[in-house]
Design a binder for this molecule. Structure first.
Ligand code: CAA
Length: 288
């Protein structure tokens, strides 16, 4: 694949908008496909807010920020991905939804194009099996906030070819400038396999009345030097996403440590999703 590439990003939520941004910042031409008209401006607004934060923090000039925005086109039609070299899906963390959009895009993509999923926890093999190109499907798992976190997990399914792996790794490392961590196709890959049990135990600790949300977070932040505590991190990731990842991991391993605690489910049911809804374990200054 030669730069600049034509990249498709499916879904403009927290992760999709971040992926679109880092691809555009690396000079690629990005088509961001949103699910419907009501979501049309959401992804673009998130990228605009993020690049203006990058300008405030001296990471981009105003003119670079304008160029980044100019490289991102928003559309509603998956068929418009026909000319893309690489499509990264970042739709909601549900296997049926991901498999449906991947199968649809697979039909219009050129033979040599790659399909990637940003799933946090679903088996890449099952997503690859929904397409006619299981050798050209790979997991590219980015971390939130995508423009800031310097690593991507690269996950191969049993069917992913070596050529796909080397093209995907070259893209992540040489073009996006992020570190590659290779992971096996097991729910949670490397990072979430360790992170999610930790997050869930913080929720259980709060649920049992053992400590307050503030004390749990301060304990880990100040006692272990983490940039944020586990409950604040749940708020950043989105409680619905943490719930969905825990469910996939529990379905795979049947280990109680991955079982989502009832409090997490109740909060998700209540729409208390963290930063994206304005309130989670902590109130957020503004929905982001
Ligand atoms: N673009 C570019 N750079 C940006 C930026 C943007 N939009 N916003 C912030 N930055 C940069 C800042 O310039 C700063 O860089 P320097 O240190 O070089 O100055 C750095 O990012 C930190 O920014 P801030 O000082 O504004 O913010 P902070 O210090 O409060 O850190 C945080 C915020 C980066 C979110 C930090 O709290 C953190 O690292 N938290 C942990 C995040 C984490 O664990 N993420 C993984 C979640 S798990 C996941 O995503 C996977 C999954 O499947 C669930």
């Amino acid at each position: 694949m030669s730069d600049p590439l034509a990249i498709g990003v499916l879904g403009g939520g927290l992760m999709g908008s971040g992926i679109a941004e880092v691809c555009a910042r690396a000079g690629h031409d990005v088509l961001l496909v949103e699910a419907d008209a009501s979501a049309r401006d959401g992804g673009r607004d998130r990228v605009a807010a993020s690049v203006s934060r990058a300008v405030e923090r001296g990471k981009l000039t105003s003119s670079e920020a304008q160029q980044v925005l100019g490289r991102i086109r928003v559309g509603l039609d998956l068929d418009a991905c026909a000319d893309r070299d690489l499509v990264v899906e970042a739709v909601t963390e549900r296997e049926d939804v991901k498999a449906t959009v991947l199968a649809r895009v697979d039909k219009v993509l050129a033979d040599e194009a790659l399909l990637a999923s940003n799933t946090s926890s679903l088996p890449i093999m099952r997503l690859a099996a929904a397409t006619s190109r299981p050798d050209r499907v790979i997991g590219l798992h980015f971390f939130n906030p995508v423009p800031v976190m310097p690593v991507v997990e690269v996950v191969t399914a049993l069917t992913t070819s070596n050529d796909t792996l080397s093209r995907a790794e070259a893209f992540v490392r040489d073009s996006l400038g992020k570190h590659v961590v290779r992971a096996s196709d097991r729910a949670g890959f490397v990072v979430n396999a360790m992170l999610v049990p930790y997050l869930l135990s913080a929720v259980r600790m709060l649920e049992s009345g053992y400590a307050t949300a503030r004390d749990i977070d301060e304990g880990m932040r100040l006692g272990c030097g983490h940039p944020m505590g586990p409950l604040a991190l749940c708020d950043l990731i989105g409680l619905d996403t943490v719930q969905a990842i825990a469910e996939s991991m529990y379905a795979e391993y049947k280990e109680p440590l991955y079982a989502p605690p009832p409090l997490l489910q109740r909060m998700t049911d209540a729409g208390l999703l963290g930063r994206k809804s304005g309130r989670g374990f902590h109130p957020s200054p503004a929905a982001a």
